[in-house]
Design a protein around this ligand. Sequence first.
Ligand code: SAH
Length: 328
Amino acid sequence: MTSPKGKIMLVGIGPGSHDHMTQRARAAIAEADVVVGYVTYIKLVADLLEGKEVVRKGMTEELDRAVHALASAREGKKVALISSGDAGVYGMAGPTYEVLFQAGWTPESDVQVEVVPGASAINACAALVGAPLTHDFCSISLSDLLTPWPVIARRLDAVAASDFVVALYNPKSGRRTQQIVQAQALFLRHRKPDTPVAVVKSAYRRRERIEFTTLDKMSDCDIGMLTTVLIGNSHTFVQHGLMVTPRGYANKYDLDDGGSTRAGERAGRSLSTGLLGWMENLRADHAEGISIAALAQQHKLPADYIEAVLNAPVEVEEAVASTEESEA
Ligand code: SAH
């Protein structure tokens, strides 16, 4: 008989309430012989731990946790490494794979690995404040424990300029108090002072607290280790205590007029300023004598990109029977 295969499960338990943990996360913990995690997260699943080996680790012992998990799995045990939110978002999934690769592990080897997805803080906090992520968004961690500040600052500058909705993870701790002030200064170079900001602390936990503010006042808020800061884009608004980022329907439909399609636009088709429509206009403008440099400046795009687009063969959008836009 072959020995039972060991397993490492990287379990995201969601923001912190049982209701927001997935069935698979609960089942994975129930299935485990060993549960390893940061003390706070172990406490959140205390009711599931009877009869199991529980390893409580401190915050900075991440690699230890992964090494321990591998050793146990090699003995044939099932190990659940628990992370809050999603285990792959600033969590244990990455360091665990790194430790595994270093130890010569491959997906075909004796230890099976499963990543169990969970609702990350960005999802949880967004749900509590309304619908801030309905258009392009990204997350940036302000933790400089493992990332040099210039790298973080460059990313803040780039996303602030490109009008993403942004979630700031790890915004502030007892020792790291100035990162949020610097982030604010970088954002204010590109965004209006009254840009909506939501500061969400302990989402779906006992001490949950939500504060709406604006970019110019963001760093004065009560922000800590369990806070996620959501910064809106140039279209985000707050109404009736809800932060909403428009999807863009107003570009295509007249919302004041019962939703009729705007002139020049068609339901189920790219906007007239979508790729092909835009290319057409670009070619026309260039043919009228507007220089590549001027077009680059007008559209805030690199000149070599504009040039490549102008040199590309002309394509016509295919007419398709069904609508290809996903509205879900
Ligand atoms: N893996 C986690 C993130 C770990 S990094 C996830 O996917 O959510 C830790 C940071 O996550 C915190 O500093 C905070 O910014 C954010 N965070 C985690 N849980 C949170 C919660 N319940 N409410 C608000 N922010 C939270």
